[in-house]
Design a protein around this ligand. Structure first.
Ligand SMILES: Cc1cc2nc3c(=O)[nH]c(=O)nc-3n(C[C@H](O)[C@H](O)[C@H](O)COP(=O)(O)OP(=O)(O)OC[C@H]3O[C@@H](n4cnc5c(N)ncnc54)[C@H](O)[C@@H]3O)c2cc1C
Length: 393
């Protein structure tokens, strides 16, 4: 059996490995001239690590990952801690795998290297897909060069602006969430020791905005994301940048740690955050969607890439059962849609929580979880069992 993966991001590469594991030939078509991405970090929770582990990727990324001590929520201006969920000491025992932070490029490299070990010719860059077609024998894609490639299954893992999704469900635009993200990476060595952020996944909250600091490259580099509400987004392009003065205007008066990161950042990228309501289906015959192409979400639960990994794993499990490919794709949607929708909704709810305005409103939100963290920390852990501890089959 042969599958074509449209898109060589985290979702497409994980799906290629999951299909390789069940004995399929795979071909990943990536439009970029090379794999990888502008510098930024991702957090991969235990439910994602279990997929990477099952696919044999962990040895390839072990040297670059970082295990945060905890997940924290702090008051942006003062740094006061509202919430502290130990991770390093708890994740493996409670949810069956570690919680890690990693540079996106290191993760993509690890996935690609694992795939090359198994199918050396599987990856093709500079290959942009324009359209797909289904047939009684399977499906095919046409590249922008006019070249046609056939397979038993096509997977659209081509991100939020997916051409496969557009063709399958009709063209429409993803919805601007009213939030724009700053992104930067800064070596720890470039920061004064007093302002190095904690070795955690730390969310700094405040009215209408929040920031997240994590560590990548074995802990030697700080990753910063700053999400700020904004009425409209009119600029086009994927690698827009902003100035330190603009970032300071957004986070002025906040904890000195954030100001120091902004000052030390070699480049401050800006990225508008889009989403899409749940789709009525993710497949058309032997063509299926996966990852952001199927269910883009706000990053406020750090689950977009992780859910793409879960998709890949579940789709491969359904295909392994045999029978019609189109039926396996439909079972995959049925198995995934409720969980992914819940994660999308919870991500939006988290953002609203982080951006609460007014001290009273913040107190109402954070006092119960602060108290729970003090008197019944297991309660907070249990709230994450459905997500981090899920058995995917
Ligand atoms: C600020 C921010 C922070 C985030 N933090 C986290 C986090 O901590 N944890 C987490 O799990 N998620 C996080 N996410 C979400 C995560 O980045 C995405 O959900 C994830 O990258 C989706 O992977 P994907 O493979 O589906 O899509 P993408 O990463 O978008 O990959 C799609 C690939 O397809 C290629 N492509 C597109 N069109 C074509 C075409 N026509 N032909 C061929 N190739 C094509 C693209 O070049 C790209 O390589 C974050 C997102 C943002 C914006």
């Amino acid at each position: 059996m042969k599958a074509i993966l449209v898109g060589g991001g985290i979702g497409g590469l994980t799906a290629a490995l999951a299909l390789d594991q069940i004995g399929w030939d795979v071909s990943v078509l990536e439009r970029a001239p090379e794999l990888g991405e502008i510098g930024a970090g991702v957090q991969i929770s235990p439910n994602g690590i279990k997929v990477l582990d099952a696919l044999g990727v962990m040895p390839r990324i072990e040297a670059t990952l970082f295990q945060p001590d905890a997940i924290e929520i702090r008051h942006g201006p003062t740094g006061r801690k509202f919430f502290h969920l130990p991770m390093k000491a708890v994740a493996l025992e409670r949810w069956g795998a570690r919680y890690i932070q990693i540079h996106r490029a290191d993760l993509v490299d690890g996935l690609a290297a694992t795939l090359r070990d198994r199918q050396p010719d599987a990856l093709r860059t500079g290959a942009e897909v324009a359209a797909y077609e289904t047939s009684s024998k399977g499906a095919a894609v046409t590249l922008t060069t006019g070249e046609r490639c056939e397979a038993d299954l096509i997977i659209g893992a081509d991100g939020i602006h997916s051409v496969i999704r557009d063709q399958m469900l009709g063209p429409d635009e993803p919805v601007f969430t009213g939030n724009v993200a700053w992104r930067a990476v800064v070596p720890v060595a470039d920061l004064d020791p007093d302002v190095v952020p904690p070795p955690s996944g730390c969310v700094w909250t405040g009215p209408g905005k929040h920031a997240v600091t994590t560590r990548i490259r074995g802990g030697s580099v700080v990753n910063f994301v700053g999400v700020v509400e904004q009425d409209a987004w009119t600029q086009e392009g994927w690698s827009l940048t902003g100035t330190a003065a603009q970032a300071h205007a957004d986070f002025g008066g906040w904890n000195p740690t954030l100001a120091a990161i902004i000052d030390a950042a070699p480049t401050l990228h800006r990225w508008a955050l889009f989403t899409r309501p749940p789709l009525p289906r993710w497949s058309d015959g032997a063509v299926a969607l996966l990852g952001d192409a199927a269910h883009p979400m706000l990053p406020s639960m750090a689950q977009g890439a992780v859910q793409a990994m879960e998709d890949a794993f579940v789709l491969a499990r359904e295909l392994e059962k045999g029978g019609m490919i189109s039926a396996a794709c439909e079972r995959y949607y049925a198995a995934r849609i409720d969980r992914v929708t819940r994660v999308q909704e919870q991500s939006a709810a988290n953002l609203a929580l982080f951006h609460r305005r007014g001290v009273l409103s913040q107190l109402q939100a954070y006092a119960p979880i602060w108290l729970a963290g003090k008197v019944a920390p297991r309660l907070l852990q249990r709230r994450n069992d459905w997500l981090y501890g899920a058995e995917l089959g």
